[in-house]
Design a binder for this molecule. Structure first.
Ligand SMILES: [Zn+2]
Length: 84
C-alpha cells in the first residue's frame, strides 16, 4: 500500500551564515575564551515522589581567565545565584 505523505512547505530555503557574520561574545574582563562547565542542582524527592533526590545538570560556559560564568546563556532563574 502506498501512502502519499504531504511534504510540509518549508518556505524559504535555510539562510546560510558564515563566521564573518557573527559577533564575538566577551567576558566583562575582556577575555574571549570560554570553557565548558556544569552546574549541578538537586530536585527534592518530596516534589518528584521518587526514591532519591533527582540530580539535574545545567551546562554553562565560564571564562578561562577570570572564571566568571557567562551570564547571557544562563537560565533566568540562575542568573542571580552565586555560583563561584
Ligand atoms: Zn573573564
Amino acid at each position: 500500500m502506498q501512502h502519499n505523505v504531504p511534504i510540509p512547505n518549508l518556505g524559504q530555503p535555510k539562510q546560510q551564515y558564515e563566521i564573518k557574520d557573527t559577533q564575538s561574545m566577551d567576558c566583562p574582563c575582556g577575555n574571549r575564551l570560554f570553557l565548558d562547565g556544569v552546574i549541578l542542582r538537586t530536585l527534592s524527592k518530596i516534589l518528584t515522589g521518587e526514591d532519591k533526590d533527582r540530580l539535574i545538570s545545567v551546562p554553562v560556559v565560564y571564562c578561562s581567565k577570570c572564571g566568571e560564568i557567562l551570564q547571557k546563556i544562563l537560565p533566568a532563574e540562575l542568573k542571580d545565584v552565586k555560583i563561584v
